[in-house]
Design a protein. Structure first.
Length: 159
């Protein structure tokens, strides 16, 4: 398997897995994150702790929550990212969020150190941040350069 353009060691033969935080994203946004087209994730809530390292992006095909299901067993782990900060989403960030319109009150999560998982790994999608076990070795979680977003140039805590 490949992550971020490098061969990704799998521990599937030994049955070893590592636990990672995960976030589900409705298709095709997971693919956009994986390819670098979508460097901002927009949510109404923020992670309990920051920075959030080695966050697995799980792409799924159905909207979770509300009147829909709370889990999609057919998700796919498509990338691993880091979330360093969260700030108020700004109207000039519609394009990097791959959004069709802007609305106040939402939070922007800049996704940095994006490491695509190739091929994607089957993984259930759930609400909010949850834990997943993947057959990946820790030494492959090395940083790779990511384009800077406008939020990275701001002082911490400034929205």
């Amino acid at each position: 398997m490949e992550i971020g353009g490098k061969e990704m060691p799998l521990d599937s033969m030994s049955g070893n897995t590592t636990t990672h935080p995960a976030l589900s994203i409705v298709a095709p946004a997971g693919d956009w994150i994986r390819t670098g087209k979508k460097p901002l994730e927009i949510r109404r809530w923020q992670p309990e702790e920051l920075p959030l390292r080695d966050l697995v992006i799980v792409q799924n095909s159905i909207q979770l929550g509300g009147d829909g299901p709370a889990e999609d067993p057919n998700g796919m782990a498509v990338a691993i990212v880091d979330v360093e900060s969260v700030a108020a989403w700004r109207e000039d960030e519609i394009e990097p969020a791959c959004a069709t319109y802007w609305e106040p009150g939402w939070l922007a999560w800049p996704l940095v150190n994006v490491r695509p998982i190739t091929p994607p790994i089957p993984c259930p999608a759930r609400l909010r941040i949850y834990s997943v076990e993947l057959p990946l070795r820790g030494e492959v979680m090395q940083a790779t350069p990511s384009p800077k977003t406008s939020h990275e140039s701001q002082d911490p805590g400034v929205d």
